[in-house]
Design a protein around this ligand. Structure first.
Ligand code: GLY
Length: 337
């Protein structure tokens, strides 16, 4: 397999293992796997190039200082930027498929918000503002087109590629087109927070907070949500990855917030989610194929509806690494302090 959108997460997990143990075996395994993952830096057919290299080449570069990984991440950022669709009323990064496929060109997903930090990083590394402008344009159009009045989000949007008008909001992995897919909010928080950090526009931070508050209201007192807050039925799968992703996004939010007391509250919420995952969702059975139990890749397609998911394990480990070794694993933006 070419590794789908998961292949970088395995490298990232190995790197957290290295930071934790300082055992070079992890670094060597990560290095060997990276040879395969690197091939994807030329894959301009998907926004997943962001997930892949934010979780692999970027932390690799931070940890080892090896220029090779910086160059790989910059190549990937170039491909991601080339997915920008410019319309009469704004621009967005298309999510799926070749850019000459009209259906793919018209589609954007909330997940893309988690990929644009690669563009912000590249803007600084390459000293090329066009990366930043592309990311910011995407965040602005997403803020307008994906947000519902009640601070929930569509999973995906189909645009008119000429006018930029939203033709419809819909879902792939949620319960139905108008439902509240729980994993999407964490993706949105990452993109909004990095956009606030790179643009200096606090409206993005305010929206990240509004959608996070709404997410916690829906969550109640459990550390893990159902895969979709609007799903109905007798046995609704949970999604532990949604909490891991949300925790990672909230660490970004807390690091950025200028009011220390508010920042502490959001960090506390991130820690509460991670603590809940540690206490109730950590796999202890040797037969379990991952770190966290009860992740949900896609309930509608019945793909891993109650399973270990690599992205859940990665963002769980990412959050832990950032708590244990601040600044050493990954930062989605340069910290203000
Ligand atoms: N493709 C991102 C997700 O499933 O959340």
């Amino acid at each position: 397999s070419h590794g789908n959108w998961f292949c970088g997460f395995w490298v990232g997990l190995l790197l957290t293992g290295y930071l934790h143990t300082r055992d070079e075996t992890y670094l060597k395994l990560a290095h060997d796997r990276m040879v395969l993952v690197e091939e994807r830096a030329e894959d301009g057919n998907t926004h997943d190039i962001g997930f892949i290299f934010l979780s692999s080449a970027m932390p690799f570069y931070r940890i080892t200082g090896d220029e090779r990984y910086r160059r790989i991440a910059l190549r990937a950022a170039d491909k991601l930027r080339s997915r920008l669709v410019v319309t009469d009323s704004g621009s967005y990064v298309s999510s799926w498929g070749p850019m000459n496929d009209p259906r793919g060109r018209a589609a954007s997903a909330i997940d893309t918000m988690a990929n644009i930090p690669l563009l912000y990083w590249a803007a600084k590394e390459a000293d090329d503002a066009s990366f930043r402008l592309a990311a910011q344009a995407h965040a602005e159009m997403t803020m307008l087109s994906f947000a519902r009045q009640d601070n929930t989000q569509y999973h995906a949007v189909e645009y008119d590629t000429k006018t930029g008008q939203r033709l419809r909001g819909y879902t792939f992995q949620g319960a139905h087109d108008e439902s509240y897919w729980s994993r999407g909010t964490g993706w949105a928080v990452m993109g909004l927070t990095t956009t606030a950090a790179n643009s200096g526009n606090s409206a993005y931070l305010a929206q990240a907070i509004a959608i996070s508050e709404r997410w916690f209201e829906s969550l109640g007192d459990k550390p893990v949500p159902p895969y979709d807050f609007d799903a109905i039925g007798d046995s609704i799968p949970e999604d532990s990855s949604a909490s891991a992703i949300m925790a990672a996004g909230l660490l970004d939010l807390a690091d950025l917030h200028p009011d220390k007391a508010v920042a502490l509250q959001w960090r506390g919420k991130a820690e509460w989610l991670i603590e809940g995952l540690c206490k109730e969702y950590l796999a202890t059975e040797g037969s379990h194929r991952g770190i966290l139990k009860h992740g949900c890749y896609s309930e509608p397609h019945k793909i891993g509806p109650d399973a270990a998911v690599l992205f859940g394990d990665y963002f769980f480990a990412e959050a832990l690494a950032r708590m244990a070794f601040p600044g050493r694993f990954i930062e989605r933006y340069d910290r203000v302090s």
